[in-house]
Design a binder for this molecule. Structure first.
Ligand code: SF4
Length: 289
């Protein structure tokens, strides 16, 4: 089967940096080293780190998770944490290492500044994801998390200064639509689109490539926001079927029936060797009737 390897794909700078930090900290530290949640949203990466001696505190709530840390070093993940988590880690006398992606740090700084200048901040993000949890925590009460149009429609903001920003790994197109919805309610809103360059480039490439293939396989984890958004944008903007696979064994041959050319991309936290396995497997595959 003909395979189009979509570029750019795979690791972004934030993921590369976080993995490098975690490995270095493990090598240089005595005592327990633990990541507070998945360092990046791919279990192949976190499994490998655990094999190398970096423990995993797998708690949906970062604050509650800290209670399990007991002692040693705690690594804040690439998605960032709220100031409350940093303070609590200090109270618990834990040594902390911050592996937050620089693009996420920029959003934290932006929201902190806006809140200090008296803005109400509308933050477009996914509930339950650690990145919004951390950013909203910069100014609780002043940052309003919205995920769907209805959330925008039911906002109750009375302040005059309103700004809108977003999670780094959302769909570019869905976010534009959400921003337009916000503008309808708050015409003077200041817009700060914080979707990171890595996410934008991967989405644009996947949508463009969809024009030249019959189906797209996205290699990435169900936990990974940017991987799931790649599937969505291929379907919704590229108009082609798209499937998320965590590993080679997840591929369902029924997806490929009648297809002669398949596109392959991967999320920003997907190890290269997994994507390579998928590409090689598909290249070996006969076209299925
Ligand atoms: S996807 Fe973007 S925000 Fe997330 S780690 Fe990568 S570069 Fe940073």
């Amino acid at each position: 089967m003909e395979v189009l390897k979509i570029t750019p794909r795979g690791y972004c700078h934030g993921v590369v940096d976080a993995i490098r930090i975690a490995r270095r900290v493990r090598e240089e530290s005595d005592g327990p080293v633990q990541m507070l949640g998945y360092l990046v949203h791919n279990h192949h990466v976190t499994d490998e780190l655990q094999e190398q001696g970096v423990g995993l505190i797998d708690s949906a709530d970062r604050l509650a998770g800290l209670e399990q840390a007991k002692d040693g070093t705690v690594i804040f993940t690439a998605h960032g944490v709220s100031p409350a988590v940093k303070e609590k880690a200090q109270e618990l006398n834990l040594r902390t290492v911050d592996a937050t992606c620089s693009d996420v740090v920029r959003t934290h700084d932006l929201v902190k500044r806006l809140a200090s200048e008296g803005y109400e901040v509308i933050y477009i993000g996914r509930r339950g994801h650690p990145e919004p949890e951390g950013v909203v925590g910069e100014a609780p009460g002043r940052v309003h998390l919205v995920q769907e149009f209805e959330d925008v429609d039911t906002l109750e903001i009375t302040g005059e200064k309103v700004a809108v920003t977003c999670q780094t790994t959302l769909s570019m197109w869905d976010t534009d639509a959400m921003i337009e919805r916000v503008k309808r309610r708050y015409p003077d809103v200041e817009v700060y689109n914080e979707i990171c360059r890595a996410t934008q480039e991967r989405q644009e490439a996947a949508v463009e490539a969809a024009q030249h293939v019959d189906v797209v396989i996205v290699v990435g984890s169900q936990r990974s926001s940017n991987s799931k958004r790649l599937v969505e944008v291929v379907k919704n903007l590229g108009g082609k079927p798209a499937y998320l696979v965590d590993r080679l064994e997840d591929i369902n041959l029924d997806w490929l029936r009648g297809a002669t050319k398949v596109g392959v991309t991967s999320g920003a936290s997907t190890p290269t060797q997994l994507t390579r396995q998928v590409v090689e497997y598909l290249q070996e595959l006969e076209v299925l009737a």
